[in-house]
Design a protein around this ligand. Sequence first.
Ligand code: 5GP
Ligand code: ZN
Length: 143
Amino acid sequence: MSDGCIFCQILAAKAPCYPVHETRYTRTFLDIFPAAPGHCLIVTKKHYTDIFDATPESIGLVGHVSTLIAHAVKEELQCDGVGIFQLNGAAAGQTVFHYHMHVIPRNEGDDLKIHSRAPGDPDELQAMAERLRQRAYSMRIDD
Ligand code: 5GP
Ligand code: ZN
């Protein structure tokens, strides 16, 4: 836990969370400023600042989970594509300094933004998290 880190606060249940998936080492939840509906963040449970701080093993686990979340998002939302990326350092656009990976549903003609300044509607976030959670847990990670 790192003081003042919003993702650590979420993991410690001290801040709201719209959870989608959980493993021993990772948590996936919705971005509350979604770049598109269904925008997920996969975070390490341990606080690492970025790719330079995180262990290769923890990064591998996040990557492993990203395959499940990508399939869940694509199947549930029937989107045309899925953007997966992560940012390291303020110069790269990172805004939350706790290692995480974005999974963003994309559709033809989308405005390809990474960040949104508009908060999602809480009821819509809740409903979306429930849909993606059901879908993710109905799949096996190695299917
Ligand atoms: P970064 O810019 O560091 O790659 O991404 C950080 C992401 O965290 C942004 O997309 C931003 O919308 C999201 N974010 C910021 N604060 C919160 C929060 O309190 N809860 C959630 N779920 N996402 C957040
Ligand atoms: Zn943290």
